[in-house]
Design a protein around this ligand. Sequence first.
Ligand SMILES: [Zn+2]
Length: 128
Amino acid sequence: MTTITIKRVDHFTTAAKHLLGITSPTWHYKSIERVDKTCQRDLGFIVVGSETTPYTKGPRKGCAKWIGEESRVVVTRKDLDDQLGRFEATTGDCYECYGEGKYPWSVSTTDGTQYKPCKRCGATGKAP
Ligand SMILES: [Zn+2]
């Protein structure tokens, strides 16, 4: 598990927390799946999550361990768009690259992470 993967879908976690009224910083999504995989229409996604705590030992030390009761909520495309708007309004950063002006497109253990400039903000990192 890479932190990059989590970061790219962070907006789903924040949108789900907003809808559920959860303010805990350690609540995180566990799974995200389409409402109807057979349907071409965008019906949104079912986000399931719960509180997390880091593993303190073993090979997964530092990784998130899901604890407590699960919550699930449907996050529609509009819910996600609203969240992206809130993100840019509060941070001033581009939601696509999280203000970094670039995004990782290749992760390799030998070559490290390769980046490409963010097209959405023209690599400035600022909300366009
Ligand atoms: Zn950007």
